[in-house]
Design a protein around this ligand. Structure first.
Ligand code: URA
Ligand code: CA
Length: 414
C-alpha cells in the first residue's frame, strides 16, 4: 500500500522521489486504491513545488504506462503533431493530407472541443458520415494505403492522465507547466510516433499566456521526449487572434478546404505550411527550405486537396463540403467606426462559439456543426465604418442577437 502522505511530504521538502515511488502513487490513484481526497495533496505538491527533470519524466512514463500504447513499428517512420492552441486552429486537417502527399506518414488522433477550443474530431464530422471512431488496426491500414489517417483519440491511452486531468480541472490545478508537460507528453508518447512536432501557442487564445511560459513548456516537453528516445521539435507561435478567419466546426472544415485549394493565404495557411514543412523535413532528413518548396507545390497542384478527398472518402465521409459555398449569415455585425483592428478577446470568441452548440458541454449533447462565426480582419487591418466585421451563423435569430452583443466586446477598433 502506497504511503501517499509520505510521498507528498517528500515533494514539499524537495526530497527526490524514485521512479518506483512515482509509479506507486499514479497506479494507486488510477486503480482507485486511494481516493481523490488522498491524492489531491500529492498533485498540489507538484503544482506548488518543483519536480526535477527525472521526476517529471517518471511522472509522464507512469501515466503513459497506465494504459495502452499504439505500436506503429509496422509503419517505420511516423510523425505526430500537437497544437496547444486555440481558436480557429484547423492545422491538422490541412497538414495531414499535405504530409501524406509527400510520403510523410501521419496517424493523427484528435479530441473533441473542450472549453473555448474547438476539436478536430468535430470539424472532421462536418463531412457528413465521416467515421472518427475507427479502430487502430484499420487506421494503420489506412496510413499504409493513403499516407495519413485522422481519428478520435482512444479511451485507453494514458487513462491516468484522464483521471488526473479531471481532478486538476475540478480543483483549479490545470495551469502548471510541469503538469501540462507530463499530461500532453503521456498522451503523445502513447500514440507511438517516432517524430513529434509540438506547436506551442501563446497569447490570449492559448493555454500559455506569454512567450516565456510557452518556451518553458516546450523545453520541458522536449526533454521528456528526448529521455523517451523520441525526436521532438518545438514550434512557438502567437495566438492573440483566431488563427484562421472562421470559428465553428463546419466553417473551419470549409476553410481548410479553401487553403488546400490555394484560395486563402491567411495566418492559418502560413502556420500550416510551416508545420507541414517541419514534419516533412524531419521525416525525410531534408533541409527545411526544400521541404517548404515541396509543401507549397502539393498545395498548388492540388495533390494535397485530392489526398484529403481520398482520406475523407475512405472513412465514409461525404465530399459535398468540397463544392459548398458559404451560406448567407443569420446576422451581420458591422463596424461602428473607421479605424484599425488592435485587439481580439480570442478566448472569449472561442467561448461564445462553443456556447452556440458547437462544443459538447455534456456527453449527451448533440453538436450543431453549422453554427459559428466568420471574421474578416486580422490585427493591424484597416476597417471602414459599416463594413462587416463578423458573420454570425446561429440556430435562431435570438441566438444571433445575443452572440452579436457578446462579440462586440471581443474586438477593439481604434
Ligand atoms: N492539454 C492537455 O492535454 N493537458 C493539460 O494539462 C493541459 C492542456
Ligand atoms: Ca523537488
Amino acid at each position: 500500500m502506497v504511503n501517499i502522505k509520505f510521498l507528498t511530504e517528500k515533494i514539499k521538502n524537495n526530497k527526490p522521489l524514485s521512479k518506483c515511488e512515482i509509479y506507486d502513487a499514479i497506479n494507486a490513484y488510477t486503480q482507485n486504491t486511494i481516493t481523490d481526497e488522498e491524492f489531491l495533496p500529492f498533485i498540489e505538491a507538484i503544482y506548488f513545488c518543483k519536480l526535477s527533470e527525472k521526476e517529471l519524466y517518471y511522472l509522464t512514463m507512469a501515466m503513459l504506462d497506465s494504459g495502452e500504447k499504439i505500436d506503429l513499428s509496422k509503419l517505420k517512420s511516423v510523425v505526430d503533431k500537437h497544437s496547444t492552441g486555440g481558436v480557429s486552429d484547423t492545422t491538422t486537417i490541412i497538414i495531414v493530407p499535405i504530409c501524406a502527399s509527400l510520403g510523410t506518414k501521419m496517424l493523427k488522433l484528435s479530441g473533441r472541443g473542450l472549453g473555448f477550443t474547438g476539436g478536430t474530431c468535430d470539424k472532421l464530422e462536418s463531412f457528413k458520415g465521416y467515421k472518427t471512431d475507427i479502430d487502430i488496426d484499420s487506421a494503420i491500414e489506412l496510413v499504409k494505403r493513403n499516407g495519413g489517417c485522422m481519428l478520435t483519440t482512444s479511451k485507453n491511452l494514458a487513462p491516468a492522465d484522464k483521471k488526473i486531468y479531471a481532478l486538476r480541472n475540478r480543483t483549479g490545478l490545470v495551469d502548471n507547466i510541469d503538469l501540462i508537460a507530463s499530461s500532453i507528453m503521456s498522451k503523445k508518447l502513447a500514440c507511438g510516433a517516432n517524430i513529434i512536432v509540438l506547436d506551442v501557442k501563446y497569447g490570449n487564445g492559448a493555454f500559455m499566456p506569454n512567450k516565456k511560459s510557452a518556451k518553458l513548456l516546450g523545453k520541458k516537453m522536449k526533454k521528456i521526449g528526448r529521455l523517451a528516445n523520441k525526436k521532438v521539435k518545438i514550434v512557438l507561435g502567437k495566438m492573440n487572434q483566431p488563427l484562421g478567419y472562421n470559428v465553428g466546426p463546419k466553417l473551419e472544415a470549409m476553410e481548410a478546404i479553401k487553403i488546400l485549394k490555394g484560395e486563402e493565404k491567411s495566418n492559418l495557411y502560413h502556420d500550416s505550411v510551416k508545420l507541414a514543412s517541419i514534419c516533412v523535413s524531419l521525416d525525410k532528413h531534408i533541409p527545411y527550405f526544400v521541404a517548404r518548396y515541396k509543401v507549397k507545390k502539393v498545395i498548388k497542384n492540388k495533390t494535397a486537396l485530392n489526398k484529403l478527398k481520398t482520406m475523407i472518402s475512405c472513412q465514409s465521409g461525404s465530399l459535398d463540403l468540397f463544392d459548398e459555398k458559404y451560406k448567407n449569415p443569420t446576422l451581420v455585425v458591422k463596424a461602428d467606426s473607421n479605424g484599425k483592428v488592435v485587439w481580439f478577446n480570442t478566448k472569449e470568441i472561442g467561448n461564445i462559439v462553443a456556447k452556440m452548440g458547437t462544443v459538447k458541454m455534456q456527453e449527451t449533447d448533440e453538436i450543431v456543426y453549422e453554427n459559428g462565426i466568420r471574421t474578416f480582419h486580422k490585427i493591424g487591418d484597416k476597417v471602414k465604418k459599416g463594413e462587416p466585421i463578423f458573420y454570425i451563423y446561429a440556430s435562431t435569430n435570438l441566438m444571433a442577437k445575443e452572440v452579436e452583443k457578446q462579440l462586440k466586446t471581443c474586438i477593439e477598433i481604434k
